[in-house]
Design a protein around this ligand. Structure first.
Ligand code: SAH
Length: 400
């Protein structure tokens, strides 16, 4: 195969046989240790990737500082990345049209899952929220193409950028503030599964709401009943979905600002016959211990902690943390109760997670029947050749 003229104008990066076989298996990352030559390639460049013999493997985005040195964007030769970005945005939107329902808040672009590594875009009704995670996506012409394509296709009231300062530091990018990129509206009301949430695009954790749990809210609400406890509730996603089915709901988080918004959301959605949700600001580990000691009992418990395993090395400690939480919850569930338990750490596989749960159940002298083993909402697509795109586990189990 001869490289096309377009490809030959790009800087070339040669990868090791291990890097080449990774790309051939459908993965899109090559680590720095598998790069053989990078002569004078500028940070964030579009590069032509070849194997050791010079055989073209595709076109990638290069980072001069990340351990993930290149992220493939195409198996073909590409000369105009902004043009490719526009096509990929169109494809991402077409996919959402097929899989997204009952909401005006969902992820429009999920990085590797949409063949746009380093780019995340969420839609919150009429506001779009952009996160840029790599040198290549931060380039001016790329940003311009992104904004103009999103505007032409979706006509949002505004577009905000959410900046994670740590990511910019890791990518050796100059510091930048979160803020509006276009328009001036930054708060809106989103609807998911018939429930409304206030959303401020410039405050809150991550991009502000946990869109990845959206389908798990409605799936678990179908089994929720009796007295419910929502642990790590943030702005009340699970608790609000349970209000129509449960007789009492207590929801716990350590973040006061999150609970204040949760309370506003609850007032906003509450129907006459629904219980008032009790919001508790506490450390969930301490609270579970205290509630267990006080012999509190529940029919439905949700556990949705932050990621315990940020790296592979944290795996054992993380599994111990998950086990402690799940053990306490299991002890507090009445027979016939529902446990909804989640992990958003990629490093914990569904198998690890189920094994941990089985062991917690054994120690708690309870048995668990798996009702549903779920993952992230479909607008966060899992690309099977890139296992890292599958990160969320949500188990719904029946406890006796
Ligand atoms: N269930 C939520 C998302 C939870 S994210 C939803 O569906 O929207 C994890 C939450 O855990 C965050 O809101 C964070 O404030 C909270 N958190 C982190 N550590 C905590 C701790 N030790 N005790 C209680 N809450 C904690």
């Amino acid at each position: 195969m001869h490289p096309t003229p377009a490809q030959s104008t790009l800087p070339k990066i040669e990868v090791s046989p291990r890097g080449a076989s990774r790309l051939k298996s459908g993965h899109v990352w090559v680590y720095r240790s598998d790069i053989l030559s990078v002569n004078g390639v500028q940070p964030g460049s579009l590069v032509a990737v070849t194997d050791q013999r010079g055989k073209p493997l595709g076109t990638a985005l290069y980072s001069s500082s990340s351990q993930i040195a290149i992220r493939l964007v195409s198996n073909e030769a590409v000369s105009d990345f902004p043009a490719l970005l526009r096509q990929r945005i169109a494809a991402a939107l077409a996919y959402r049209e097929k899989v997204v329902e009952n909401t005006n808040a969902y992820r429009l672009i999920f990085s590797e899952g949409d063949f746009l590594p380093g780019l995340i875009v969420d839609r919150y009704n009429d506001i779009l929220s952009v996160q840029i995670l790599t040198q290549a996506m931060d380039a001016g012409p790329v940003r311009d193409a992104l904004i103009s394509e999103l505007t032409d296709r979706l006509h949002p009231a505004s577009i905000v950028e959410r900046v994670d300062p740590r990511v910019r530091e890791l990518e050796s990018l100059p510091p930048r503030e979160s803020g509006l990129l276009q328009g001036d509206k930054h708060s809106t009301i989103i609807t998911m599964n018939g429930i409304q949430f206030h959303h401020d695009a410039l405050t809150g954790q991550k991009t502000g709401a946990f869109l990845d749990q959206r389908e798990n809210y409605s799936a678990s609400a179908a089994y929720a009943h009796g007295d419910a406890l929502d642990v790590f509730c943030y702005q009340g996603g699970f608790a609000l979905h349970f209000a129509a089915r449960c007789s009492s709901i207590t929801a716990v988080d350590s973040s006061r600002p999150a609970l204040e918004i949760a309370d506003q959301n609850a007032t906003f959605n509450r129907r006459e016959n629904q219980p008032e949700i009790e919001w508790v600001e506490a450390n969930a580990f301490d609270l579970l211990k205290d509630y267990a000691a006080a012999n509190r009992r529940y029919d439905t418990i949700v556990l949705d902690p932050p990621a315990f395993a940020k790296t592979k090395r944290d795996l054992d400690a993380a599994l111990r943390g998950y086990k402690e939480l799940n053990l306490r919850a299991l002890k507090m569930l009445r027979p016939g109760g529902i446990l909804v338990t989640c992990s958003c750490s990629y490093h914990i596989s569904p198998f690890n997670f189920l094994e941990m749960l089985a062991s917690a159940a054994l120690d708690a002298h309870r048995s668990l029947r798996l009702i549903e083993l779920r993952g992230q909402a479909k607008d966060h697509p899992v690309l099977l050749s890139v296992p890292e795109t599958a990160y969320l586990k949500c188990v719904i189990a029946y406890v006796t």
